[in-house]
Design a protein around this ligand. Sequence first.
Ligand code: AMP
Ligand code: GLY
Length: 426
Amino acid sequence: MNILLLGSGGREHALAWKLAQSPSVEKFYASPGNPGIAEHAICVNLDVSDHGSVILFCARNDIDMVVVGPEAPLVDGLAESLRMAEIFVFGPDKAPAQLEGSKGFTKDLCARADIPTAGYVRTTNQAEALAALDKFSIPVVIKADGLAAGKGVIIAETREQAEDAIAMMFDGGFGDAGAEVVIEEFLTGEEASFFAITDGKNVLPFGSAQDHKRVGEGDTGPNTGGMGAYSPAPVLTPALQKQVMDQIIQPTVDTLAAEGTPYSGVLFAGLMLTDTGPQLIEYNARFGDPECQVLMMRLQSDLAAIMLATAKGELDQISAPEFDQQSALTVVMAAKGYPATPEKGGKIRNLSGAESEGVKIFHAGTAEDDGALIANGGRVLNVTALGSNTTEAQGKAYAAVDKIDFETGFCRRDIGWREVAREAEG
Ligand code: AMP
Ligand code: GLY
């Protein structure tokens, strides 16, 4: 089969690396790709906002399946346009992609399907939001409804902060994403991520992970896209995973199907493990970055076959995806200045010397300059390792980090700390 993969980050390098291992993959294109992806696929430059040009590329190059990495083209309806052109695609249509595109949409769906989630109110102007605030205790969570590159959530520790956040969002602080604002009850507990793939009818669990969103050690400093992750997340015990499947994932899939907007692709659930059980914090309509890197490191099944079965609505005809029992951990190496203004152009050397059996380095924001590898984004490399547990995977990942020559880069040294501490306690 011929595949076109869309995206350019570490998530897409991990997907490309795994897809390239599939015996069924013949011609393999990526757009725009990156130097790591270019080791597996022919990189081309398509304008994903021009659906017609993507469809034309697929027709000319006999593409059998398109894999959409990031959320923006999904929320923009690219998957739907491709499906209408009779091209198989891994990723949901526009309406069900609203699970990621609109926080209010997801909250309303949870209310209709009785899915455990924080209490909320949707508001469309400042006066309404300020009035609604009275119904909540402090701390309270203020969220821009739309896509805000992971930045649209403010946890207000005082009423004043909540009012400021509301004013900022309705003043356009997050652009159109803040035209609607969701006010939410603050939940406490440990966060974990759970993945499931679905063709709209059939659902298969696809692993768990935990990430580190803050830029600094000890989970301090500004939020980022994610500074590291590990999989599995043992806090999501088999019993909790069953509860998440039964109470959150399955009702979501069933409700969307019943309403005539079936969801096809991967569902990425951000969960809060509260005293009263797992609650849904948010959905994403794609794999996490860097969660995908640790999932791909552990996946033993044929990814292309799983994705094609998903796209065709035939997930009931394949066996459940198998994962290595080992743990995988990834450390993000970012360019100095990230997440504010990352320094571009820094030289990167000795990636091949740092890789070994069970250690893989995925490219995120890299570029080639005169044959040399340079930093070209905020998150630059994902140094990923397998180990018998999180502690061993962490040791192997940092040993590899220490072999990489990347003067303008930095990373957190404590990725996996929660699980490493639990493993030390035994
Ligand atoms: P989101 O973009 O919805 O994932 O939110 C970003 C982060 O904000 C989450 O990973 C949580 O740490 C936090 N958060 C979001 N909603 C809540 C909530 N209702 N209670 C507590 N923390 C939350
Ligand atoms: N790492 C979090 C995300 O991909 O949304």
